[in-house]
Design a protein around this ligand. Structure first.
Ligand SMILES: *Cc1c(COP(=O)(O)O)cnc(C)c1O
Length: 365
C-alpha cells in the first residue's frame, strides 16, 4: 500500500499521527554508567546493598522454575507483606515498583469528571499518569513554607493524591494521624491515596486508616528504604473492596506482572528486618549530619524525613551548583520548575560520599 506516500493524497486520509495518544513522559533521574569515581545522589536509591538474606536467596534461585508463569497475585510475597504489616491478605496489591501500583490506582479510581487534586510541588509522575489516562486534575499550591494546606482538599474532587513525606520537599505533614484522617473524613466520595515511598525514614503513616475507611490506599515501595530499586517491588494497602477493584483492572491488562525472581527475592528482603532497621538508622544519622554541614556552607534545608535533602544556597543559584557538581562526577537532582528552581535534591549516600560532596561544595563556595 502507498498509504504513507505523501504524493498520493487520494489514498492517504488523515495521518496516523493525528490519532495517537500524545503524552509528555516523566523524566527519571539520569543513570550514568556505573564507574568508581561517580557519586550518584540523584534518584534516592539506598546507599547500602540489600541484606544477607537476599544474597542467600539469590544463590538458591531455581532456574528450572522459570519455565512456569509466576503467581498472578505475586504470592507468597503479597501475603508476607500483609503479615508484616498486620493487615489481611486480601488487602495488599503488589506491583512492579510503586509506580506500577500508582498507575493502576489512577486508572481504577479516577474516573469522574471532577479534577483529581495533588500539590503543585510533589512527585511529578502524578500529572503524567493523569495526562496519559486523560484524567482531569488540579495542582493545589503548597503554602510558602512548602506545606500542604489540608483544608484546600475539602472540596469536590475526583480523587486525592498526597505523598507523605512529600517529594521533593522531604517534608512530613504531621506526627498526628488525625491530620491525615481529616482529609479522608472530608472526602467520602473519592479515593484518597497516600504515597509513602519514604515513610520508613521518618514521618507519620496513614496505614491505620485503611481498616477504618474503605476509600484509602496507602502505597509503599522496596525501592528506597529496602535497597531494592533494581528489582522493582511496590505495594498498595487498602480495604479488600478497594484492592479487588485494582486487581480487576490489573487482570484486564497483564496478569503476570511480578516475575518469579522478584517474588522470591522480595520475600527474602522481609527476612532481613534487623539489617533494614540498622541501615535505615544509619541513613537518617548521615542525613542529619550532612544537613548541618550544608547549613554551615550557607545552605537552607527543609526538615526532611526522607533519604534526601532538599536545599538551596543563600547566594549561589542551584542550576550553577548542579552543573559544577556534575562536572565533578557528583550527580544530584535539579528541577527547573516554578517555585523550586533554586533548590537541589540530594540523595543521602554513604558518609564517605556525603563528605566528598560537602568538601567539593566547600571548595567552590
Ligand atoms: C521513588 C518514588 C516512587 C516510585 O518508586 P518505585 O521505584 O516505582 O517503587 C513513588 N513515589 C514517590 C514519591 C517516589 O519518590
Amino acid at each position: 500500500m502507498r498509504n504513507g506516500d505523501p504524493d498520493n493524497k487520494s489514498l492517504s486520509g488523515p495521518s496516523w499521527e493525528e490519532n495517537i495518544r500524545r503524552v509528555v513522559p516523566y523524566v527519571p533521574g539520569e543513570q550514568p554508567p556505573v564507574k568508581d569515581n561517580i557519586i550518584k545522589l540523584n534518584t534516592n536509591e539506598f546507599p547500602y546493598p540489600p541484606g544477607p538474606g537476599v544474597q542467600k536467596a539469590l544463590q538458591s534461585l531455581d532456574a528450572d522454575k522459570l519455565r512456569l508463569y509466576p503467581h498472578p497475585d505475586a504470592e507468597p510475597l503479597s501475603s508476607a507483606i500483609a503479615d508484616s504489616l498486620g493487615v489481611g491478605r486480601d488487602q495488599v496489591f503488589t506491583g512492579v515498583g510503586s509506580d506500577d501500583v500508582l498507575s493502576i490506582a489512577f486508572l481504577t479510581f479516577f474516573n469522574s469528571g471532577a479534577p483529581v487534586l495533588f500539590p503543585d510541588i510533589t512527585y511529578s509522575f502524578y500529572e503524567v499518569w493523569a495526562d496519559v489516562y486523560r484524567i482531569p486534575f488540579e495542582k493545589v499550591p503548597l503554602d510558602e513554607g512548602l506545606h500542604i494546606v489540608k483544608e484546600d482538599y475539602f472540596r469536590e474532587n475526583g480523587g486525592i493524591v498526597i505523598a507523605n513525606p512529600n517529594a521533593p520537599t522531604g517534608i512530613s505533614e504531621s506526627e498526628d494521624i488525625s491530620w491525615f484522617e481529616d482529609i479522608v473524613r472530608n472526602n467520602p466520595s473519592s479515593v484518597v491515596i497516600f504515597d509513602e515511598a519514604y515513610v520508613d525514614f521518618g514521618g507519620c503513616s496513614a496505614l491505620p486508616l485503611v481498616n477504618k475507611y474503605d476509600n484509602v490506599l496507602v502505597v509503599r515501595t522496596f525501592s528506597k528504604s529496602r535497597a531494592f530499586a533494581g528489582m522493582r517491588i511496590g505495594f498498595g494497602v487498602g480495604s479488600e473492596k478497594l484492592i479487588r477493584y485494582m486487581k480487576d483492572v490489573k487482570f484486564s491488562i497483564n496478569s503476570y506482572t511480578m516475575n518469579r525472581a522478584a517474588i522470591e527475592l522480595g520475600l527474602s528482603v522481609l527476612s532481613d528486618e534487623d539489617y533494614f532497621r540498622k541501615t535505615v538508622a544509619r541513613v537518617v544519622s548521615t542525613r542529619e549530619r550532612t544537613k548541618k554541614e550544608l547549613e554551615s556552607l550557607g545552605f537552607e534545608t527543609t526538615d526532611s524525613k526522607t533519604n534526601f535533602i532538599f536545599c538551596r544556597h543563600k547566594t549561589v543559584p542551584a542550576a550553577r551548583l548542579y552543573e559544577e557538581l556534575r562536572q565533578e562526577g557528583i550527580y544530584v537532582r535539579y528541577f527547573n520548575r516554578p517555585r523550586i528552581d533554586n533548590y537541589m535534591r540530594i540523595t543521602v549516600g554513604t558518609d564517605e560520599e556525603m563528605e566528598r560532596l560537602c568538601q567539593f561544595l566547600g571548595s567552590i563556595l
